[in-house]
Design a protein around this ligand. Structure first.
Ligand code: NI
Length: 218
C-alpha cells in the first residue's frame, strides 16, 4: 500500500516535471528545420503583347525546398515567427500551350502566432497572421521561347498578407515536431518583350505553403 502510494506520488511528480518542461516561456527561441512546399493556387489575367490580348493566361507549378523557421516568444502564448527557405523554383506555363519559362523566389514571412492550448500540453496548436514579401529572381524563358523571341522576363516583387495554422508536438523539453499550413497573398506583374514588343501578364500566385519540420527550443 505504502509502496503504491509512493509510486503514485512519484508518477504525479514526474508528470508535473514533464509538463512543466513543455511550456513555452517569455524569451524562448525556437529554431525549426524541415521541408516547405509552395503549392500555388494561381489564377492569371490574359497575356498582352504590344497591346493585344492573346486570350490566354499562365500557370505556376509547385515546389519543395528546405524550410527554416525562427520564432521568439514575447509572452508564453504569443510568438513572432520568421519563415525563411532556400529559393523556390517554379515553372511557368502558358495555359494549354506548354512551358513558357521559370522563376525562382524567396517568400520571407513574418507572423504573430497565438498558442491555443494549455501551455503544459504536449500538443500545442496555434494560429497566426502577418506579412509576406516575395522577391523573384532568375526569371527565364525556356530555350525554345527565347529562340522564338521572348526576352527580358521580369516579375515584380509582391507585398501582402499571410495567415497560418499549425501545431508543435512536444517530444521532450527541448525538441518538438511541427506541422503548419499557411496561405500567402502573392500577386505579381510579369513583363517581357516579344520580338521587341512589350508584353505583360498579371498573376495571382496565392499559394498554400505546407511545412513539416523538427524544432528545438533555446
Ligand atoms: Ni492575391
Amino acid at each position: 500500500m505504502k509502496t503504491t502510494m509512493i509510486k503514485t506520488a512519484l508518477t504525479i511528480a514526474a508528470l508535473g516535471l514533464t509538463s512543466q518542461a513543455f511550456a513555452y516561456e517569455t524569451g524562448d527561441w525556437i529554431v525549426r528545420v524541415g521541408a516547405t512546399n509552395v503549392a500555388p493556387d494561381d489564377s492569371s489575367g490574359n497575356v498582352f503583347v504590344g497591346g493585344n490580348d492573346l486570350g490566354i493566361g499562365v500557370n505556376v507549378d509547385s515546389n519543395t525546398q528546405l524550410g527554416l523557421n525562427f520564432a521568439y516568444f514575447v509572452t508564453p502564448k504569443w510568438n513572432v515567427e520568421l519563415l525563411a527557405a532556400t529559393p523556390f523554383s517554379h515553372d511557368i506555363g502558358l495555359n494549354t500551350v506548354g512551358a513558357l519559362g521559370s522563376t525562382k523566389h524567396l517568400p520571407p514571412s513574418l507572423t504573430a502566432n497565438y498558442y491555443l492550448a494549455d501551455s503544459d500540453a504536449k500538443f500545442q496548436p496555434y494560429v497566426g497572421a502577418g506579412l509576406n514579401y516575395t522577391i523573384f529572381f532568375d526569371e527565364d524563358f525556356t530555350g525554345a521561347n527565347d529562340s522564338a523571341g521572348f526576352k527580358d522576363l521580369d516579375l515584380d516583387a509582391s507585398f501582402g498578407i499571410t495567415a497560418q495554422a499549425g501545431f508543435d508536438y512536444m517530444i521532450d523539453s527541448k525538441w518538438h515536431v511541427n506541422a503548419s499550413v499557411r496561405w500567402i497573398d502573392i500577386d505579381t506583374d510579369a513583363t517581357f518583350t516579344l520580338n521587341g514588343a512589350p508584353g505583360s501578364v498579371d498573376v495571382e500566385i496565392d499559394p498554400f505553403v505546407y511545412t513539416l519540420s523538427v524544432g528545438y527550443k533555446f
